[in-house]
Ligand binder design. Structure first.
Ligand SMILES: [Zn+2]
Length: 74
């Protein structure tokens, strides 16, 4: 009788997707990476996300990376 409710987490994840309105904090390009820090959220393009990941990922609460979407553009 138990049904999983894991579909809910999918809805929640999609609502957190980055959009074209999200901009890299370093260069202003479209952001594909969101780092949730204790002090707030940071946005990075794929280039700066890769650059800052080494420094920030260790202390980030969440590292949300959508840079793979760059490769599926048509
Ligand atoms: Zn950038």
């Amino acid at each position: 009788m138990t049904q999983t409710v894991q579909d809910l987490s999918i809805d929640e994840a999609s609502s957190h997707q980055l959009t074209a309105a999200d901009r890299c904090d370093s260069c202003g390009a479209q952001a594909y990476i969101r780092a949730t820090m204790a002090s707030g959220e940071l946005y990075f393009c794929a280039h700066h996300g890769a650059e800052f990941k080494d420094k920030l990922a260790a202390t980030a609460i969440e590292w949300h990376d959508e840079s793979s979407r760059l490769h599926e553009s048509k």
